[in-house]
Design a protein around this ligand. Structure first.
Ligand code: SF4
Length: 394
């Protein structure tokens, strides 16, 4: 029997206890009734994709938000159960973490849930693990309570430590911690202290992004006029790379670091353009070069969830030019860069025949390096990554 194709599953839970001061994600506070109605709609939406299950098997799941852990454990388990009912999950589903003990990664699922500190008990985490989730991504952002307060986070560092300990006790052996640097009031020393605190906990994965002040957020009102010192931002970034590498974390994507074999497979699938299906409010999908996103209005989503086609917005079948552009600017986010041989395999043309000018110019300016058929960003290229990526738009 022919093996089914891989499909990543993203499940969006758009609820948070309250909005953080910098956040422009599709998320809001909601009452229990709304959350329950959302779970019903989501389950309907999952069932409506039964036809895809004939062709695809699930290789990664990412339950993100919002704060998925604000749902009850019963609701979260029901969502996982309905996924299992509809789709074939990779082998060894419930023991995915064994994959990290020297066994090949192929054939094991990675199933992540985003958890905010203080929103889960040890019991709840046990049940989530039993339901098949084997990776936790925790939004910490800072270990300094003053930062957390100014960011509008719902937790303190101490709350985070309790949740982190509970996750370890519940048996989670694959944990990511999200951090945020370049806070308007932050010094290099403050940031490096945050990083040291996190390194001492030994999470398997660390994501460290610079804060971006988004329009429409309380931070925009307050800080849009005060631009963060670009040189300090870059110093923070390169000190982070250096310190995390010294601590044994591989720098595998511009802002992501992992211990060996603990890179986030789900996120990598976005950067290498594998097929993924987004479920839930506003979630994005890429299936066989068809890009679309779901309805973003909660009321409409709740009304239409059983009919996948009516939820899909801005459906676009990417032409070859668009696919090539995405291949370049998404692939270059990875530190190993993109492979000329893969480009040729996907598109039937050599990379030089399409992109010789931007590649030559970027190599000449020290922004890209080319070695053994791999093209990747140099350190200078990382600092100027937006300029480099823009050169690959055809
Ligand atoms: S917890 Fe995350 S999604 Fe929710 S408001 Fe804060 S930053 Fe936004």
């Amino acid at each position: 029997m022919e093996k089914k194709k891989e499909l990543g599953l993203y499940i969006h839970i758009p609820f948070c206890e309250r909005k953080c001061n910098y956040c422009d994600f599709l998320s809001a506070a909601a009452d229990e009734g709304t959350k329950a109605a959302y779970v019903e709609a989501l389950i309907k939406e999952i069932s409506s994709y039964r036809y895809l299950a004939a062709e695809y098997r699930i290789s990664t799941i990412f339950m993100g938000g919002g704060t998925p852990s604000t749902l009850t454990e019963e609701e979260l388990v029901r969502i996982m159960e309905s996924v299992k009912k509809v789709f074939q999950i990779e082998d060894c589903y419930l023991s995915g973490e064994k994959a990290f003990k020297g066994l090949p990664m192929e054939g094991y699922i990675e199933a992540t849930i985003e958890v905010n500190p203080g929103t889960v008990s040890k019991d709840k985490l046990h049940r989530l693990k039993a339901a098949g989730l084997n990776r936790i991504s925790m939004g910490l952002q800072s270990t300094d309570n003053k930062d957390l307060k100014l960011l509008g986070r719902i937790h303190t560092y101490e709350t985070f430590l309790d949740t982190y300990k509970a996750a370890r006790e519940a048996g989670f052996e694959n944990i990511n911690i999200d951090l945020m640097s370049a806070l308007p009031w932050q010094s290099l020393q403050n940031w490096m202290e945050v990083l040291e605190n996190v390194i001492s906990l030994r999470p398997e994965h660390i994501s460290a992004y610079s804060l971006i002040i988004e329009e429409g957020t309380p931070f925009y009102e307050k800080y849009s006029e005060v631009s963060f010192d670009d040189e300090l931002d870059r110093t923070m970034y390169w000190n982070t790379v250096e310190r995390l590498k010294a601590a044994g974390y591989g720098h595998y994507e511009i802002s992501n670091y992992a211990l060996k074999n603990r890179e986030c497979r789900h996120n990598i699938s976005y950067w290498i353009r594998k097929n993924y299906l987004g479920l839930g409010l506003g979630a994005s999908s890429l299936i066989e070069n068809k890009r679309f996103h779901n309805e973003e209005n909660l009321k409409k989503y709740l009304e239409q969830a059983g009919v996948a086609d009516s939820l899909q917005k801005e459906v676009e079948l990417l032409d070859k030019k668009q696919q090539m552009e995405e291949f370049m600017f998404l692939g270059l986010r990875l530190m190993k860069g993109i492979s000329s041989a893969e480009f040729q395999k996907f598109f039937g043309s050599t990379i030089e025949s399409i992109y010789s000018l931007p590649i030559e110019q970027s190599v000449r300016e020290g922004l890209l390096s080319e070695e053994n058929g791999q093209i990747s960003l140099t350190a200078k290229g990382i600092d100027l990554s937006n300029t480099v990526m823009a050169r690959f738009l055809l």
